[in-house]
Design a protein around this ligand. Structure first.
Ligand code: C2O
Ligand code: CU
Length: 487
């Protein structure tokens, strides 16, 4: 388990030069059927029932694992909605504790954001809640609980949420690949050490089993010459993936659901921090009958397969790979007005080997005196601007008048990487370590390496209290969380 080693690879974000594209769609593309094992109806009321269930997470021949799941599947069903059309689903809580659903990355009314005590009351055991909104942006998103998130996600509650483009994208198949990380005991049960201080103080709760769509290193059948869209989603609580596709040359076409000009990933690898999504176009350039692994090389000394691409013996679907993919249509995001903006800064501090504000030192001292392993609710190991948010009704970290552009300067003063997520908005990443990022990508989660700084900007056009937190869930739950208030 890589508990201590979190920095296997440094962030290699996104920003290579734009490959010029000549959107010549050469061949005819099939009418695209949604990935059918994850289908959800785009029409009518879908229901997500959160409940305890036993599933063969480790695969056939191994003991089943008692988990919590939506509709008894891990991951939960893929919710599919259409851009600009009303979306609706009902959460039914059959868990022994309260829960909510947060639609990560979706711009929606604050009351639909799924944050207990901030945007809604938590849904009690036996309760129901209808989420309803009209997603303005197409793309790859996901959903997960926002109540004791480390535990609820660690027990299995997460799923993909896809907002389909108005016009079909020219690919042969569109696949969701949701990555998850599990910490299992020797008996194959989900380990109950959520919120262990050793994890919370370091890189978060790394597991010992990685799955893709709920399976360990699944074999994905492909055909030579096919063009796939892969929607990668990192639903792990802490693990940062560094994915390599030996034998293939993917194109990155969207980050956190937001289209980018197609480009090759930096250094040929796709970095995916917790909660991040990357959409790839991958041409199946291998030969019939061949097989290739897809690797996580976050620890270069110990790469392992997250999936295998198994080519059928069929003749190639087309004689040579199509051209550079056509860029996805940009979403209607309001452009930040940098000349007329409100500025604020957020300093990240705490963690092992880091500076903690004096007010929080008590938690650390308690931890040192504690017997090993015991979870301590309310421990505060991390802070934003020297404050650890533990109560939802705390003073906001930043307040911005509605309609203004907010430029947020983030400074990571810790020795650990943190994927920082803002609810309810997409923001542009303007700069890193003082250097402009061009073109500045839209994201909802920005991975800050140890000691890195970044500036982000967005138009605060949606009123409400929006969570802003590290998406390493054990960091979030031990203080690295705050509220951005749009008044
Ligand atoms: Cu994935 Cu607070 O969110
Ligand atoms: Cu963090």
């Amino acid at each position: 388990m890589g508990t201590r080693e979190s920095r296997g690879a440094s962030r290699r974000e996104v920003l290579a030069a734009v490959a010029g594209f000549a959107g010549s769609a050469i061949c005819s593309w099939p009418a695209l059927a949604a990935d059918s094992d994850h289908a959800g109806s785009a029409l009518g009321l879908q229901r997500l029932t959160a409940q305890p269930v036993r599933l063969p997470l480790q695969g056939p021949g191994k003991p089943e694992t008692a988990m919590w799941a939506y509709n008894a599947t891990v991951p939960g069903p893929t919710l599919r909605f259409r851009q600009g059309e009303p979306a609706r689903f009902e959460l039914v809580n059959r868990l022994p504790e309260p829960t909510t659903v947060h639609c990560h990355g979706i711009r929606l009314p604050n009351a639909m954001d799924g944050v207990p005590d901030v945007t809604q009351a938590a849904v009690p055991p036996g309760g129901r809640f209808v989420y309803e909104f009209t997603p303005p942006d197409a793309g790859t998103y996901w959903y997960h609980p926002h109540f004791q998130t480390s535990e609820q996600l660690g027990r299995g509650l997460a799923g993909a949420l896809i907002v389909e483009e108005r016009a079909p994208v020219p690919v042969d198949r569109d696949l969701v690949w949701l990555l998850a990380d599990w910490r299992l005991t020797q008996e194959g049960a989900v380990s109950e050490d959520f919120d262990a201080p050793m994890d919370a103080l370091h890189a978060g709760r790394y597991g010992n089993l990685v799955t893709l769509n709920g399976k360990v290193a699944p074999v994905v059948p492909v055909r030579a010459g096919e063009r796939l869209r892969l929607r990668l989603i990192n639903a792990a609580s802490a693990r940062i993936f560094v994915l390599a596709f030996p034998g293939h040359q993917p194109w990155v076409v969207a980050l956190d659901g937001q289209p980018t000009a197609p480009r090759r990933p930096d250094a040929g690898v796709v970095v995916l921090a917790p909660a991040e999504r990357v959409d790839l176009i991958v041409d199946m350039t291998g030969n019939p009958g061949e097989a290739f692994e897809v690797l996580d090389g976050a620890r270069p000394s110990r790469p392992y397969a997250v999936a295998a691409l198994a080519y059928s013996d069929d003749t190639p679907l087309r004689p040579s790979p199509p051209d550079v993919p056509v860029a996805l249509v940009a979403n209607p995001l309001p452009e930040p007005d940098l000349g007329n903006s409100v500025k604020a800064s957020v300093v990240l501090s705490g963690g092992a080997m880091g500076r903690l504000p004096e007010a929080l030192m008590g938690a650390l001292r308690d931890h040192r005196m504690m017997e090993r392993g015991g979870a301590r609710k309310g421990a505060q190991f991390w802070a934003f601007n020297d404050r650890a948010l533990m109560k939802a009704h705390d003073v906001p970290l930043v307040t911005v008048p509605r309609g203004q552009t907010l430029v947020l300067a983030l400074e990571n003063q810790t020795h650990w990487p943190h994927p920082i997520h803002l609810h309810g908005f997409a923001f542009r990443v303007l700069s890193r370590n003082g250097k402009p990022v061009q073109p500045a990508p839209w994201r909802d989660t920005v991975l800050l390496d140890a000691e890195e700084t970044a500036e982000i900007a967005f138009v605060a056009d949606n009123p409400g209290d929006w969570m802003f937190h590290c998406h390493i869930l054990e960091h979030q739950e031990t203080g690295m969380m705050g509220i951005v208030r749009v008044s």
